[in-house]
Ligand binder design. Structure first.
Ligand SMILES: Nc1ncnc2c1ncn2[C@@H]1O[C@H](COP(=O)(O)OP(=O)(O)OP(=O)(O)O)[C@@H](O)[C@H]1O
Ligand SMILES: [Mg+2]
Length: 307
């Protein structure tokens, strides 16, 4: 439904988005990750028709963003970074205004406003000027306007930035409930958010696409995928683990009596590790198999760090 082909954006000599190509289908909840300045917001601005590409093409539902920007904007709900709104309006006035712009009328309009106010829990601030609201509530007002017309496509630039833990949870649930037949693209710096709500991860760095697959596939790329971490009751000689097949390295955190066994290509070593612990009578209190570490894979993909 969204086709992006060789998309690029330059500001003067600076290349912010460099030859991106991808397709997004209904049901995809895409987590858009990348370091500061990677080009996430710029890409989202182009997808939503707020910024013209320098090169390449964007087609949404077989419409071109160049020729049919208005029709495309009707299909999209967009939360821009920083969630701009009119500060002297109250959230209720702002939502009434957005409803008008979106062409919602009568009972349907009232129902949508009341549903969204409940979903985003805006009841307590409905009549306060937006400029006097806390950062998190401003963000929530931005989110409310993005979903007000119940769009097919949601593009949310850091939707949980600045929200308290309860609201983060709420917004993640909201995204999960929305996503059945919709397209959702969210950018975030919270890596765990991607495993919590997305079924696809795209990582960009310096404007280029470095990774595009499922969150599970991202975890599998981590050198800690299937690594076994052990907590010991007291410091012990753990070098014997290196004799086991497929254990290629031991990382230790001895002050905390903790060791992590890294395996070859994520091989499953749990059985041989358990046998080894029994044979050597090692004082192991707890032991778990890691899925992978997102922060480490992220660094590797975006800074070229060695595994
Ligand atoms: N209007 C502009 N004029 C010049 N440079 C710009 C403009 N907009 C963005 N850039 C540059 O393009 C690059 C990408 O910016 P962008 O905002 O897309 O990054 P981002 O991935 O969203 O980062 P963050 O995680 O900090 O939000 C940055 O280096 C930024 O300074
Ligand atoms: Mg940004």
């Amino acid at each position: 439904m969204i086709y992006v082909n060789n998309l690029s954006k330059t500001f003067g000599d600076f290349v912010a988005v460099n030859d991106l190509s991808f397709n997004i289908q209904p049901g995809d909840v895409v987590g858009f990750l990348g370091p500061n300045g990677a080009g996430k917001s710029t890409t989202m601005k182009m997808l939503t028709g707020f910024l013209a590409p320098t090169g390449g093409e964007i087609q949404i539902a077989d419409l071109s963003i160049v020729d049919d920007a208005k029709k495309i904007k009707q299909m999209i709900g967009y939360l821009p970074e920083g969630a701009p709104a009119y500060g002297d309006m109250t959230p209720l006035q702002f939502l009434e205004f957005i409803a008008k712009v979106r062409g919602l009328k009568g009972q349907h309009k009232d129902e949508r406003i009341s549903t969204v106010v409940k979903q985003i829990e805006l009841q307590s601030v409905l009549d306060k000027p937006i400029e006097n609201l806390s950062k998190g509530f401003k963000r929530r007002v931005g989110l409310a306007q993005a979903i007000l017309h119940d769009p097919q496509i949601l593009i949310l630039d850091e939707p949980t930035d600045g929200l308290d833990p309860n609201q983060k949870h709420q917004v993640r649930e909201l995204i999960q409930n929305l996503s059945k037949d919709k397209i959702v693209v969210i950018s975030t710096h919270i890596l765990e958010e991607v495993t919590a709500v997305c079924n696809r991860v795209m990582i960009i760095s310096a404007g280029q696409l470095m990774f595009d697959d499922t969150p599970k596939a991202l975890l599998r790329k981590s050198k800690y995928h299937n690594a076994v971490t052990l907590h010991l009751s007291y410091p012990s000689d753990t070098s014997g683990f290196l004799e086991l097949d497929n254990v290629i390295d031991i990382e230790d955190d001895l002050p905390n009596s903790k060791v992590t066994l890294i395996t070859r290509n994520g091989a499953d070593v749990l059985h041989s590790v358990t046998e080894h612990i029994k044979e050597r009578r090692l004082p192991v209190d707890t032991m778990f198999v890691e899925q992978g570490r997102l922060d480490q894979v992220f660094r590797e993909l975006t800074q070229g760090e060695q595994a």
